[in-house]
Write a protein that binds this ligand. Structure first.
Ligand code: FES
Length: 80
């Protein structure tokens, strides 16, 4: 079983725990969750209104056409 989880944040949450500053990943790409490892830099340049997945290689793949926004009419992909 697998699932996709949507993340809209483009940077970490910075919290102070007894004087120690912690950066908590909110972008979903960190390899050291729950802490930020600066992987959020990969989301720079994402276009508003588009949806992306990130491959293990770091490749950004837009999938908006597969999962349309609610206001758009769904048109299933055509396969040959
Ligand atoms: S916020 Fe996710 S890696 Fe920095």
């Amino acid at each position: 079983m697998a699932r996709l989880i949507r993340h809209d944040a483009v940077g970490p949450a910075v919290i102070d725990v007894d004087g120690k500053i912690l950066e908590i990943c909110q972008c979903g790409l960190s390899q050291t969750k729950p802490f930020c490892d600066l992987s959020h830099k990969k989301v720079q340049g994402e276009e508003a209104g588009k949806l992306y997945v990130y491959a293990e290689t770091g490749e950004r793949i837009p999938i908006t056409d597969m999962f349309p926004q609610p206001h758009k009419k769904f048109a299933p992909p055509v396969y040959d």
